[in-house]
Structure formats: structure tokens, C-alpha cells
Design a protein around this ligand. Structure first.
Ligand code: MG
Length: 501
């Protein structure tokens, strides 16, 4: 029988432990479900009661993790010499989760949660009014609380390492410097070489579409590429995201807004996250090995479907006429123009709207500022100035306002400092994996040209998705690519794509 929870027959020596852990899994996934509902359906005024629900669930799930029964049962099995390799792996992961949770005092966690909700509200107001000073005191506090967080978690060289490790296990600020050092110069040089006379208007095709028609086409594409709608769904939300309630309940959102391309790129991006979650080997269901291995790996998958597939000629040759029929104004935009439009590089202030060539420089700017503020090299009040100066240096543009500058992203307001480099890991890893895939799959270009993605989907399942968290991120890169993270494939692809048009 297929089950979303653990398979008791597979882990006979861990039955009691996994039975206790099951409640933690169920409560955590209920939090995800409530969060999904909040972003998709919940009425505005439901927010206060929803916060209460989330708080209670957090406390209950934390209690299970910290509780004596789970701890005792884990200690007992640790001494069992008969554990299978899979059981040992589960025990190792569970021990790691519990010891990490133990490092953070409950009172500190609560203080951070309260700050996040206040800081998020302040950021929202500051952003809409374009007044950075309204957010600054909260951001000051946020950086301080993240320094304390890093102290609890522990680090050797830079407090940034402790924060980054939560999102990309084993990666350090030194790794980030090395990665950015390799890509910064070639990318800024390529941006310099871009034609200056790109026509206005081609970088945005706007128009109103019929929501039902658009979603129908989205779902058709989802099924074609490998997303299982019997184990998932698609809805609309202001900020697209993917929520994995369980491996057989993975929910995507996209937006059906005036900026047409964004609806398709968001859908493909979130589908990449979703297909990863849907295709982890069922034997890990309900164990700590379930779920994608790191944010960087996850992002490599979302960016693969968004950029490698979603900007390709084969994809649009197959789907463009359907997309046109949902948006009447596209009748005037021939396929060739649309394809050119999806593959144009032009610096923009907004990270999420930027092309592949300029995207990582947005990440670099945030990384450099985060690390400088954490280490007291620049003050929070000076962030807007530092931001604009870096934008000018790296991308040759200055945002019109802080709203389009340092206030554009939600991450700082919810305490996600140390998160951004995972975006660049994803972008770079995506092309490294693609290179390997091209070597492994015969006639891959024919499949890409005819938009037949089955062989690609199966390759990803076999080489990446199935393993869940079994390997550490760096181990999995080695296993898949036979080398460490290497940005050369990404740089080569950028050169071919943007300088040869
Ligand atoms: Mg993503």
C-alpha cells in the first residue's frame, strides 16, 4: 500500500521512534497547510486567529521533538547493533534535528517569532510608503537577533556561516566568496557588452487574460512535464510558492496578472520544486530523510524548469498558440518576437523580474550587505546608500526608490538572513546538472526541440529526486556531477545565450 507516512515493515527496529516522530510530521505539515490557506484563501481579518493556530501548532510540534519519549526511544535504538544502513541514516538525521532544536532556547525562539511578525508589518508599510526609516529599527533588531541565533547554533569563522548552514548544509561564507568571485567579473563584463538599444516594450508584454483559460493551459503543461495533479494542485496567489503538505499533496501557486510571461515562468518554477517533492522515494515518507536536500538543490530544479525549459524554442513552439488563445493581445505578437522577448537580458531593479544573466548580481549585492552589517562594517541606516552604489557598480542602474531597491524582498523582515546565496547555488547548479544530463541522455536536443520531457523527468527522478535528504548537499553534487559545485557551465551557457543573439 502506498502511504504518505512511514512504512513500519521497512524499519522494524524504529517502529516506536517513527511512531512518535509521526506526530511531529503531521503537526508540521498542518502548519504548512494553514500557511498555504492563508496565502490562497483566508480572508484578511482571519490573520489574528491564524497566528494563534500557528503558534499552538509550533509549540506542540516543538514539545514532541524535545519530549522525553522521543529522546528515550532514540537513545534506545542508537545502541542497537542490528540497525540496517537506512535505519542508521534515519537515526543520524533525527539526532541532528533534535540536537539543533535543543541549541535554541524556547524563549529566544519566541522572541524571534514576535520580532518577525512586527518586522514584517513594518517592512510592508515601509515598502508601500517607500520610507526605509520605518523599517530600519526593526531591521537593526533583526540583524542583532540573527547574530544571537548564530551564537546559539555555533560557528568557527564567520557568524554568517551558522545562518547559511540552516538553508545550505555545509556551505560557508568562504564558499560563497569563492563562488561569487568566479562569476562576478565575467557577468559584469557580459552585461557591459549587451546591446544598449534594446527596444522598449519588448521586455514586458502586458495584457489581461481569462483566468480559467490560463489555468487550464497551465495544468495541461504541468501534466506534460511530469507534475502529478492527482498528488497536487494549482491555485493562484499574489506571491507564487510551492507548499508540500505531504508527498501526495503538493500545492503550487502562480499568478495570472497583466505581465503575461511571469504567469508561465512562475508556474514552471514552482512545478520544479513540486516535482522534486512528489518524486522522493516512498520509503522515506514520514522519516527525516523525506523532502528536498537543500534550498540550493531545490532552486536548481525550479530554475531548470523555469529557465532551461521555459525559455526554450521547443517549449514555446508547442505551447505558444494555446497561450495566445488565452490572451487576445498576443495575436499581434508572433512566436519569434515572443521567443526573443523571453531571452533578452537587460538590467532591472527588481530581482524576481530579472533575466538569468543579471539575476546573480542581485544576490551578490544582498550577500555583501548582509555580511557587512552582521559584522558591523556598515550600519543599517546606510543600507539604502550601499545598495544603490552596488547596483550602479554591478548592473549600471540605480533603483528609482528604496521600494525598488533594498526594500523589495520580504526575506529580511522574516529573519531569513543568510538565505540569498542559495539562489545562486541553484542557478549555477542547474546548468551543471544540465551538462551531465546532456551527456547521459542520447538525442536530448531532439527531446527538447519536440518538448518531450519524459526522458529528462525520469533522469531527474533517478539521479536527484529519489534520494531526498539521504546525501548531504555537497555529497549529492559529487554523486550527480562527479565534481564540486562548478559555475563554469552556467557562465558558458550565459555567454552562448546572451552574447550570440
Ligand atoms: Mg524557488
Amino acid at each position: 500500500m502506498i502511504t504518505s507516512m512511514y512504512n513500519a515493515d521497512m524499519y522494524p527496529r524504529l517502529q516506536e521512534t517513527l511512531e512518535l516522530y509521526k506526530d511531529y510530521v503531521a503537526l508540521s505539515s498542518t502548519k504548512s497547510l494553514l500557511d498555504w490557506d492563508q496565502q490562497v484563501y483566508m480572508p484578511v481579518q482571519g490573520v489574528e486567529f491564524r497566528s494563534l493556530q500557528m503558534g499552538v501548532l509550533s509549540r506542540l510540534s516543538h514539545d514532541i521533538l524535545m519530549g522525553e519519549p522521543l529522546q528515550k526511544s532514540l537513545d534506545l535504538v542508537k545502541n542497537n547493533a542490528d540497525l540496517s544502513p537506512d535505519e542508521m541514516k534515519i537515526v543520524h538525521h533525527l539526532t541532528k534535528i533534535i540536537s539543533k532544536a535543543k541549541k535554541i532556547p524556547a524563549s529566544f525562539q519566541e522572541k524571534k517569532t514576535v520580532l518577525c511578525s512586527r518586522a514584517h508589518a513594518a517592512w510592508d508599510e515601509a515598502r508601500s510608503k517607500n520610507e526605509f526609516h520605518l523599517f530600519a529599527p526593526y531591521l537593526e533588531e533583526m540583524f542583532q537577533i540573527c547574530r544571537e541565533d548564530a551564537d546559539y547554533l555555533g560557528y568557527t569563522d564567520n557568524c554568517y556561516d551558522a545562518l547559511l548552514d540552516q538553508y545550505e548544509e555545509g556551505m560557508t561564507s568562504a564558499d560563497c566568496y569563492k563562488l561569487f568571485e568566479t562569476i562576478k567579473k565575467p557577468l559584469t563584463e557580459m552585461i557591459h557588452l549587451l546591446p544598449k538599444d534594446l527596444p522598449e516594450g519588448i521586455d514586458r508584454v502586458y495584457g489581461k487574460g481569462n483566468t480559467q483559460d490560463v489555468l487550464k493551459t497551465h495544468k495541461e503543461i504541468l501534466e506534460d512535464i511530469g507534475f502529478d495533479l492527482k498528488k497536487g494542485r494549482l491555485d493562484t496567489a499574489t506571491h507564487p510558492f510551492c507548499s508540500d503538505i505531504s508527498p501526495s499533496d503538493v500545492r503550487l501557486t502562480t499568478r495570472v496578472i497583466d505581465y503575461i510571461y511571469s504567469s508561465y515562468s512562475s508556474m514552471l518554477h514552482e512545478a520544479g520544486h513540486g516535482m522534486y517533492e512528489q518524486n522522493i522515494d516512498e520509503k522515506w515518507n514520514g522519516t527525516p530523510i523525506a523532502g528536498g536536500v537543500s534550498l540550493g538543490f531545490h532552486e536548481s530544479q525550479s530554475r531548470f524548469w523555469e529557465n532551461v525549459i521555459g525559455r526554450s524554442a521547443g517549449f514555446w513552439k508547442k505551447y505558444y498558440s494555446k497561450v495566445q488563445s488565452s490572451y487576445p493581445m498576443l495575436e499581434a505578437v508572433p512566436l519569434e518576437k515572443w521567443l526573443r522577448y523571453t531571452n533578452i537580458a537587460k538590467p532591472t531593479s527588481i530581482r524576481v523580474e530579472s533575466d538569468e544573466l543579471t539575476y546573480n548580481l542581485h544576490v551578490l549585492i544582498r550577500f555583501e550587505i548582509e555580511i557587512a552589517v552582521l559584522n558591523h562594517e556598515i550600519k543599517v541606516k546606510d543600507i539604502p546608500g550601499a545598495w544603490n552604489e552596488k547596483m550602479k557598480n554591478y548592473l549600471g542602474i540605480v533603483p528609482k526608490s528604496d521600494r525598488e531597491g533594498c526594500l523589495q524582498d520580504v526575506h529580511w523582515s522574516v529573519g531569513s538572513i543568510g538565505y540569498f546565496p542559495t539562489y545562486t547555488v541553484g542557478n549555477v547548479l542547474c546548468y551543471q546538472i544540465f551538462e551531465k544530463m546532456k551527456n547521459d541522455i542520447d538525442h536530448i536536443q531532439d527531446y527538447l526541440d519536440s518538448a518531450n520531457y519524459r526522458p529528462i523527468f525520469h533522469w531527474l527522478c533517478k539521479n536527484i529526486y529519489q534520494f531526498g535528504k539521504y546525501y548531504k548537499p555537497k555529497e549529492l553534487i559529487q554523486k550527480v556531477c562527479g565534481e564540486d559545485l562548478n559555475p563554469k557551465y552556467f557562465l558558458k551557457a550565459m555567454e552562448q545565450k546572451y552574447l550570440n543573439v
